[in-house]
Design a protein around this ligand. Structure first.
Ligand code: ACM
Ligand code: ZN
Length: 536
């Protein structure tokens, strides 16, 4: 415990590390401290402050009541109020906060709800990790070092993706995933809901998508991308629209916007299994029991395909309140389009030809993307797509998610498109975390320290860098079946990612990060009941 106290005083173990920290002499005793907030605080903010008060009272036997008062800012600045003090100041940047700790008080100043959540995350990390334990008093020293912190995010988009198609994650598991994202100040949940191996969201207009597309007859055995034997065990599940609304509101309370992905026109075998007429051949298909990329894709030559897409995306636009819908667009084989009379007729009708190094079928995908983009714009939504959607032509207003390295994101930013960096080289959390023989995962070695080193704006000038909305990591789940394994792949790489997303480059320090992880955060994860990959 002594060591932790010394460490707390020397460097605050906060992850992601705040932009500006000045440590002063002395401590504020959180044990028994009162809570005061502004009279006109919103109910949701009041609830979040109450939560901290309850956590503290559980460990320190203080009362968890909160006083409300008018003119709090004025009296707090005069030093007339003791304890934890929460008030608003519109000069604080979005999602940011200022924390001023003196021996008498800890003042928390914010301008918006997300800023308050971020401030509360920081405050918890200034207390002993026992704050995360729901049982036992713990040994912690309930004192916060005197300091001033001014903090705000480097990037607006701080995302984490979850593949719920290859393996299905329950509402409770998704919520636990959101909880840990919020603790590290992430604010976008990219929900991969559809793929060749399962359709996971209820669509009222097309009930077979979940009745048939939500289940597969088995799952590929072993770590094989192709030609694997199926285990023959029926597997599946889906989220009802009611559950989707529940997850959206749960995430909102944690400061997280949910971005759903309907991957199109490829990665659509589960939909084609449900409605065979969606493909070029209209042949009956099964939800895939293999991994990889299916050649059966949506037929772009049939008008009914667009009726279907508008039906699905229309319901999505109603369900999800935020500006972005992810339309996938990656890995769409054109083998069926090349042979399909209807696709070829569409190509002729549109006058598409091979040009600029792209085949005419690629421009047919461009046509699909543009139509979907226009439809969603009519519903007030913008599209995000994987970097393949830039091949051919791309209409203004689309946002690129750069996964095949950073090249796509750089090109997008140079052309004036917004981009989110999520290169497999730094951001694919299905990759293994060491080169040990029994290390779970695929691909190249990607330990948390490698994730940490990612510079998302390398190679861009200032104007271009302003087009990088942010950074995200992706967690594909072909070879991840259990929640325990999922968390092992997520943590502690999520913590490393959070510093890439939040910290200005001068505040990143792998040594400090590692020490905080070891001395504080892994203990916090233990208390919170998360599995993680131990440090080597
Ligand atoms: C992807 O990994 N296919 C986006
Ligand atoms: Zn076709």
């Amino acid at each position: 415990m002594k060591l932790l106290s010394i460490l707390l005083a020397a460097v605050l173990p906060i992850i992601p590390y705040p932009q500006e920290v000045t440590l002063n002499k002395g401590f504020f005793n959180a044990k028994g401290a009162s809570f005061t907030c502004e009279e006109n605080i919103s109910q949701e903010e009041y609830n979040k402050i109450t939560l901290l008060a309850h956590e503290l009272s559980a460990h320190t036997e203080r009362s968890s009541s909160i006083a409300k008062t008018i003119m709090l800012k004025e009296s707090a600045q005069k030093g007339a109020v003791k304890g934890f003090i929460f008030y608003k100041d519109s000069s604080i940047p979005a999602e940011g906060y200022r924390i001023t700790v003196s021996p008498k008080s800890a003042q928390i100043v914010t301008s918006d709800y997300k800023g308050l959540l971020n401030a509360l995350s920081t405050i918890r990390q200034m207390l002993p990790p026992e704050i995360y334990s729901s049982t036992g008093k713990g040994e912690g020293r309930w004192a916060i070092p005197c300091c001033e912190i001014n903090d705000y995010p480097r990037f607006a988009w701080r995302g984490m993706h979850l593949d719920c198609s290859r393996h299905f994650w329950s509402v409770e598991e998704v919520k636990k995933y959101l909880d840990i994202m919020s603790m590290y100040k992430l604010n976008r949940f990219h929900w991969h809901l559809t793929d060749d191996q399962g359709w996971r969201i209820e669509i009222k207009k097309y009930p077979l998508l979940t009745e048939i597309g939500g289940f597969r007859s088995g799952t590929a055995i072993g770590k094989n991308w192709q030609n694997a034997k199926s285990d023959g065990i029926r597997y599946g599940g889906f989220y009802t629209q009611e559950q989707v609304r529940d997850i959206i509101s749960y995430a909102a309370e944690l400061g997280i916007e949910v971005v759903p992905e309907i991957d199109l026109p490829g990665h659509m075998l589960a939909a084609i299994a449900s409605y065979p007429e969606l493909s070029c051949t209209s042949e009956k298909q099964e939800v895939w029991t293999q991994w990889g990329i299916s050649e059966h894709v949506l037929c772009a030559g049939k008008e009914t395909t667009f009726t279907f897409l508008e039906g699905v995306l229309g319901e999505l636009a109603e369900l999800f309140p935020y500006e972005y819908i992810h339309i996938g667009g990656d890995e769409c084989p054109k083998t069926e389009w090349e042979k399909c009379p209807l696709c070829q007729a569409k190509i002729a009708e549109l006058g598409l030809t091979d040009k600029n190094g792209f085949k005419k079928e690629q421009y047919l995908q461009t046509y699909v993307t543009a139509r979907v983009q226009k439809f969603l714009a009519s519903k007030g939504k913008k599209i995000i797509g994987w970097d393949e959607i830039m091949e051919g032509t791309l209409e203004e207003g689309a946002t690129i998610m750069s996964w095949r390295g950073t090249k796509g994101g750089i090109e997008a930013a140079q052309k004036g498109f917004k981009a989110i960096m999520t290169p497999y080289t730094y951001c694919y959390f299905d990759y293994r975390q060491s080169n040990k023989k029994d290390e779970p995962g695929v691909g190249n070695v990607l330990g948390y320290d490698a994730v940490y080193k990612f510079n998302p704006v390398e190679g861009l000038n200032e104007t271009q860098a302003a087009n990088i909305l942010g950074v995200q990591a992706n967690l594909w789940t072909e070879f991840i079946r259990t929640n325990e394994h999922l968390e092992f792949m997520l943590l502690p790489r999520l913590q490393a990612l959070s510093e890439v997303q939040w910290c200005n480059p001068e505040n990143k320090n792998l040594g400090r990060f590692k020490t905080s992880l070891k001395e504080y955060h892994l203990k916090a994860l233990d208390f919170l009941g998360y599995n993680y990959r131990p440090l080597d």
